[in-house]
Design a protein around this ligand. Structure first.
Ligand SMILES: [Mg+2]
Length: 367
């Protein structure tokens, strides 16, 4: 086992149409691309993926595969370090960061499978169940679509936290933002928590005014009220509103999160395993957050985060993101159930417990 070498990385790219047009405050999309990595060793296969452009696949096959091939399956951290060094000139944020992230997750899964251990146990689980919040509420939804989605999470699945998108059209539709927040509060009732995400669509003073006007909606979480690059603006909003301010989904390396925390700009750090450098870097980011007395919340890709989330002491919750839930449930056998407001990683299945449904995925394969 100690000497089992990593054989290869096999990369596949899939493009999956959304089930309806989707948009947030600053971006619209109607399809999602998934780049899947299968890491192989001694007859076992570890699976990782990222939601990122197809260009990731070239970087993985052309650069990263040659770096990890032949290294011990137990040497995930060493693989991570070597991959990070290799993309110095390509630039880690963006494509390279997503590519490294997908490989890192696949390698952790591979190691756990070869050890016949559930991944969350290998990582040192501190909880059995991982809290989730329902996330969607796209600005493209009409009233009926929003009501259906929120009702399903809160009233059918008993998820006590939900998030909708605001900041529509770069913050130029605040009247509609306010109406949708109020509709959401009405649909979910008094007991569930309402979260909003402006995806950087507002200016700082505008964000503060919107939250003051929305006081009757009792918003508890205000994600990216302004651009997450505007640390001064986020700090200004954070000090002025009751809701927790959160950001971090575009962080691709540890130094980014060090600056975010040091700036006093957020009440909760967000990080994304499919971008930040996989599970290896996620754990270090969580430690940086903990050193600043902050919790960390997992951004999107819920099945990428469930196991490391169970092993992260200062985890707040993970994002049960509509688009990715739909894709991961379609693509993988072993998808998790959020009923009651949390997911429970499988203690009986090795690795992250997911098996690719190759026949289903094949229908969405690119090229
Ligand atoms: Mg967000």
């Amino acid at each position: 086992m100690l000497d089992t070498p990593i054989s290869d990385l096999i990369v596949s790219t899939f493009r999956i149409p959304t089930d309806a047009p989707e948009a947030d405050g600053t971006l619209a999309w109607d399809e999602t691309t998934l780049v899947l990595v299968e890491a192989t060793a001694d007859g076992a296969v570890g699976i990782g993926w990222t939601y990122a452009p197809p260009a990731c696949a070239d970087l993985i096959t052309g650069t990263l595969a040659g770096i990890v091939r032949g290294r011990s399956v137990l040497d995930v951290s060493g693989c991570f370090e070597a991959m990070v060094k290799a993309v110095r000139n390509a630039g880690r944020p963006g494509i390279a960061g997503c590519a490294i992230s997908a490989v890192d997750v696949a390698l952790w899964d591979l190691e756990a499978r070869l050890l016949s251990m559930p991944l969350h146990r290998l990582l040192g689980a501190v909880r059995e169940r991982v809290p989730v919040y329902g996330s969607g509420g796209f600005t493209t939804y009409d009233d009926d679509q929003l009501e259906r989605q929120l009702s399903r999470w809160v009233h059918e699945q008993a998820i006590p936290r939900v998030k909708i998108k605001i900041g529509e059209s770069w913050g130029t539709e605040t009247g509609r933002d306010l109406a949708r927040m109020r509709q959401a509060r009405k649909v979910i009732g008094d007991d569930a928590e309402l979260y909003v995400d402006a995806n950087g669509g507002y200016g700082a003073k505008q964000a503060i005014r919107v939250m003051a006007e929305a006081a009757d909606a009792d918003v508890r979480w205000f994600e990216e009220p302004v651009s997450s690059d505007d640390l001064d603006g986020m700090r200004l909003v954070r000090r002025a509103v009751d809701a927790d301010v959160a950001a971090g989904e575009y962080g691709y390396h540890l130094a980014y999160f060090g600056r975010l925390c040091a700036a006093d700009a957020v009440d909760c750090v967000q990080a994304d395993v499919s971008r930040c450098g996989g599970i290896t870097e996620w754990r270090r980011i969580a430690a940086v957050a903990a050193a600043h007395n902050l919790e960390i919340s997992a951004h999107c890709g819920p099945h990428l985060h469930a196991h490391v989330g169970a092993a992260t002491p200062n985890l707040r919750h993970l994002e049960w993101f509509h688009d990715h839930v739909r894709i991961e449930t379609l693509f993988f056998e072993g998808a998790l159930d959020p009923s009651g407001g949390s997911v429970r990683p499988d203690d009986a299945a090795p690795g992250h417990g997911l098996t690719l449904r190759a026949d289903v995925a094949g229908r969405y394969r690119l090229g």
